[in-house]
Design a binder for this molecule. Sequence first.
Ligand SMILES: [Zn+2]
Ligand SMILES: [Zn+2]
Length: 187
Amino acid sequence: MLLWEVGGQLATPAMAAADGAKPVPKPPAHVRCKNFGCNQYFDPTRPECTQCVHHKSPPVFHETAKYWACCPDRKAYDWDEFMKIPGCQRGVHSQEEPKKKFLGGCDIREENAPKRLDDDIPIDPRKKLDKLRAGLQLIGVEEGDFDRAWGRLAARHGDLGIVVNKLGEALTDALRTMQEEGVNTPD
Ligand SMILES: [Zn+2]
Ligand SMILES: [Zn+2]
């Protein structure tokens, strides 16, 4: 008979089965919380059971400073520092896309002007970045390296659409360089 070790004691298959008498339901697909600064995965069927610490307002990348619009007293000057700024809101995780994901320099200057900025910022680049991150992770690229790279681009260009374009150019360059190197390599 097969024996398992369970918590330091030997258990028979029958005991192990009795332990898990109820069939274990397939874990539901988890989704990433879209609240600002959260990024945690959660079970979308039970958001009320989650605890989410996040920011009320979008990130602002202005020249070298990075901060959350709701917490302007906590400014960071590098990516790691920025990611460590604790959330100012407590609540539950959410799948709902906050209206505006990103504030660039222009938005700060116009902060007190009549609002008509939010709606035409496409959320698309953010999704592209997510997919790209997932794909790169699959081939062994560190998530942190990727996040720092796009964080720096975001800080410099202030627009995620440009960030996506720059990443596309950089990766194309890398691939073409690789090709040329391959061609030039003597046998
Ligand atoms: Zn905040
Ligand atoms: Zn959350």
